[in-house]
Design a binder for this molecule. Sequence first.
Ligand SMILES: Cc1ncc(COP(=O)(O)O)c(C=O)c1O
Length: 334
Amino acid sequence: MDIKPKGFSYVKADYNYISYYKDGKWDEGVLREDNNITISSLSTALHYGQQCFEGLKAYRRKDGKVQLFRVEDNARRFMTSCERMVMPTIPVDVFVDAVKKVVLANESFVPEYGHNESLYIRPFMIGVGDNLGLRPSSQYIFSIVVSPVGSYFDGPASPVDMYVTELDRAAPNGTGHVKVGGNYAASLYPQLAARKNGFADCIFLDPKTHTKIEEVGAANFFGITREGKYITPKSPSILNSITNRSLKWLAKNVLEIEVIEDDIYLYDLYELAEAGACGTAAVITPIGTITYGNKKHVFPACIEMGPTIKRLYDLLTGIQYGDVEDPNGWITVL
Ligand SMILES: Cc1ncc(COP(=O)(O)O)c(C=O)c1O
């Protein structure tokens, strides 16, 4: 099949996976073609945001095979999100099996090798059933939908402009570290405002002091210092990005550069030679400028991807598409 992803917009594939939780247990789970769900109007997901989700990708290799990147890590993060939302968990092997099943059933929707495209996989869980008061539901749906995708930002190779918002996506001790819809609902307004003003996305600051960079709407933030070190913020309110974890590992073990997890103050941005946003959807998108208030910081690597980020980009995407040998047990070939 000739698959044409439309940037990062939804293209319906043939099958999705669905499993129901009732009376304290999950059913078998099935693949089905209809991607609509009928749920009670009183579902906790609709009123109280009792839900969570994941995002990972299946990649077409040069030899035509399809592979997943760090699927067990997505499964583990999903468990953490489920627990924080007081929802039943899905064992890692059940999550991984369900992902494999749905990808194999939609194999013809995995875009061909060589165009930086992939099959985006979206597992999610929602609280359903007839509920009124604020309490966790006793019924849930776990489902996985997929869509072929291309680039999230216009890049990914060309640096983008970012805008620092004064609004917060998460509270200091809230739910910023897990992948739950509420964080994203809070990020829609500032993201739209940034986009209306010509920026690719907004950057959130730490919700306590509003002085340190936390992350982008759908990606972690990292930089390369003028001394060539990899730096990324450490904070309880940012998502524990699997891409960022991979970059930290590759920077340390393959590029052999120092990795620092520390605060990145807005007034210290001049210490960075390169900056980027990283995530499953964003891959690695270099950041050329950051505007905050009436100030605009221009990074030295503002015209094209800086040299260290380029090396990381080549390594990461090389592993994901099967051109570079898997260094750390990250790949599952289907
Ligand atoms: C808020 C946020 N931060 C970071 C990331 C990157 O996480 P990962 O690399 O696991 O995709 C995402 C990805 O979806 C995200 O939504």
